[in-house]
Design a protein around this ligand. Structure first.
Ligand code: GTP
Ligand code: SPV
Ligand code: MN
Length: 597
């Protein structure tokens, strides 16, 4: 059977199973997009914002129980449990499929099934891969239209025989006998399943309409399925931003950064550098696919076509480029609505408006104790809205990466920046990353520091031990001179509950040091944990921070590091036999260096 027949068979089989009222094939035009949004406004599933203040913008409010990714309902369903590994929820396909088929039976009754062909990456690039999402959610459809390259060009590729990832999504709320619909249909938590079948290039998602649970091109395909493919095919699919930097002497460099959910990727990807003469441009804010070229450089593309960004905290003071991006043609979810028909969230303006409608649809005044916008409320904008999107964004060959930054939210222990001694030591730094759990995921443990290796803990589509081995193999595949240098950053060190580092545009000072290190322009101090900057090499001109606090950002507290080693040991225990020996050696080395200090 060729790809075209496979697609049509699968659509018909799914329609028989889910029993939608009708099927709509998405061609990827703006006309379809606008018509569907109109329909959603009419059906009270979307609110048109004030078109003078926010042209082309709409607001959606989700069900209060469907506000973020559900990691405990996310599954890697491989034949062998070993292949999913110790950090993924595993169910055998033999058990999971019948369970989910039961749920899917008639699940689209009274609804339209949209057929959305899409490409992750520029159409025709050797980096790119395609998928088709069948969904009964118009919300998902308009979002996929922004977040991926959808439409006829992808049908053409399938007609030419290109294989695709089969993505099935249902909100799990069938409408029986003309039953009235709700504004955000979804299923109870115990019926939610975000299931991946990497051996079959297939994703089944049921019961949630939100973000990474439902926009299947994003975390499900571009990270979980793609990381599985990447391991087999010798490349990397990572939870990384991609940033272009031009120095005052016009030298261009590209860096990537892997930070966990809601830990600063979008903000760094859109940075407005405070250092004079530096220019930053965005290539991607969430996902990078990296491959070696014949010349031996690791090159990256952003497989996405839009931003699904965290709204709270976004302001002209912190991220002016995001504010310009969301000025028009943007979809908002779970933010607050102003009396003028505009949007608002915490810290968008120094003072909150005196009255709002909060994300739940209730009146809100500054005296209310709960935030007006949900902490994981989001904006969805086309990448072309961003005034600083780099022209290379469409380059089918991607961009060569000079440096990789790892990082997370750590109130203590981890300094503002340090550099790995080697690529292998850099892989070690990736493997020991920790971060506070944020509201990007539904959890009962917000704020607890958990290990989140490579910011990929919830996104690795296979065994974590094999994943770390794959990173080591990538290191061996590359010419050491041409491999990216690896750094570990922490913008979030705190004292008395307050951030010590101003962050945002000031992070350019750290980026400058990163590039100076890549160009061998500056020496560094050798510390037990890695190379630290020499204080004189960090540009501190007009930086509003005391000498004392600045020094605190680089302190290495031995007792905290000794606790850190215990936590890493704990984490490594989970790997069992699959922990690569190199990581054990690196940990021993770190421990010894700390003892000798
Ligand atoms: P996902 O989309 O969930 O993957 O998140 P992300 O990694 O793109 O995080 P994002 O840039 O959206 O930032 C999340 C939150 O952290 C926002 O509220 C930001 O305002 C805040 N933030 C980002 N960068 C910084 C920084 O340098 N310093 C401080 N203090 N906060 C930051
Ligand atoms: C994340 O959680 O890392 C996100 C948001 O980028 S979601 O698309 O919901 O995964
Ligand atoms: Mn993310």
């Amino acid at each position: 059977m060729n790809a075209k027949q496979r697609l049509s068979n699968w659509i018909h089989k799914t329609a028989e199973l889910c029993q939608p009222e009708k099927i709509i094939y998405w061609h990827g035009t703006d006309q379809e997009y606008h018509e569907l949004l109109e329909e959603m406004v009419k059906d009270k599933k979307a609110i048109r914002l004030n078109q003078e203040l926010r042209p082309g913008c709409f607001l959606f409010r989700s069900d209060p129980d469907d506000v973020a990714r559900v990691e405990n309902r996310t599954f890697i369903s491989t034949t062998l449990q070993r292949d999913a590994g110790p950090t993924n929820n595993w169910i055998s396909p033999k058990v999971l499929k019948p369970k989910m088929l039961k749920l899917y039976k008639g699940s689209m009754k009274g609804r339209t099934m949209y057929v959305i062909p899409y490409s992750m990456g520029p159409i025709g690039s050797k980096f790119s891969k395609i998928g088709v999402e069948l969904t009964d959610s118009p919300y998902v459809t308009v979002h996929m239209h922004i977040m991926t390259r959808t439409g006829d060009k992808v049908y053409d590729l399938i007609n030419q025989g290109q294989d695709f990832v089969k993505c099935l999504h249902s909100v799990g709320y069938p409408l029986e006998n003309n039953q009235h619909d709700v504004s955000w249909p979804s299923a109870p938590i115990e019926q939610k399943y975000i299931a991946h079948f990497p051996e079959e290039n297939m994703i089944w998602s049921y019961g949630s309409g939100y973000g990474g649970n439902a926009l299947l091109g994003k975390k499900c395909f571009a990270l979980r399925i793609a990381s599985y493919q990447a391991r087999n095919e010798g490349w990397l699919a990572e939870h990384m931003l991609i940033l272009k930097l031009t120095s005052p002497d016009n030298k261009v460099r590209y860096v990537t950064g892997a930070f966990p959910s809601a830990c600063g990727k979008t903000n760094l990807a859109m940075i407005n550098p405070s250092l004079p003469g530096w220019k930053a441009e965005t290539l991607g804010d969430d996902i990078a696919w990296l491959r070696f070229t014949k010349e031996g450089y690791l090159r990256a593309i952003n497989p996405e076509n839009g931003f699904f960004g965290v709204a709270p905290g976004t302001s002209y003071a912190t991220n002016p480029n995001a504010m310009k991006t969301i000025q028009h043609d943007t979809l908002f979810t779970n933010v607050a609505l102003t009396d003028e028909g505009d949007v608002w969230w915490n810290d968008m303006t120094p003072e909150p408006p005196s009255h709002l409608i909060d994300w739940l649809g209730n009146d809100w005044t500054p005296s209310c104790s709960e935030p007006a916008a949900h902490p994981n409320s989001r904006f969805t904008s086309p990448i072309t809205n961003n005034p600083i999107t780099a022209e290379e964004f469409e380059d089918p060959d991607g961009v060569p990466i000079s440096a990789i930054l790892f990082g997370g939210r750590r109130p203590n222990t981890i300094p503002l920046i340090h550099q790995s001694f080697s690529f292998q030591h850099g892989v070690f730094l990736g493997s020991i990353m920790g971060s506070e759990i944020t509201k990007a995921v539904i959890s009962s443990e917000y704020g607890r520091v958990r290990r989140d290796p490579f910011a990929m803990l919830p996104f690795i589509g296979y065994n974590i031990g094999d994943y770390v081995k794959h990173w080591l193999a990538i290191g061996r595949m590359g010419d050491p001179e041409k491999l990216p240098k690896i750094f570990y950053i922490n913008w979030f060190k705190k004292e008395n509950g307050k951030y010590l580092w101003p962050g945002f545009g000031e992070n350019s000072r750290i980026l400058k040091w990163v590039l100076d290190r890549c160009d061998n322009l500056v020496d560094a101090t050798v510390s037990p944990i890695g190379y630290l900057p020499k204080m004189e090499d960090l540009d501190r001109n007009s930086l509003n921070i005391t000498e004392e606090n600045f020094n605190k950002l680089f302190l290495i507290d031995k007792s905290l590091w000794s606790q850190e080693i215990d936590l890493i040991e704990e984490h490594y225990k989970i790997y069992g036999d699959s922990l690569p020996k190199e990581m054990r050696d690196e940990l021993d080395g770190l421990e010894k260096r700390l003892l000798l200090q």
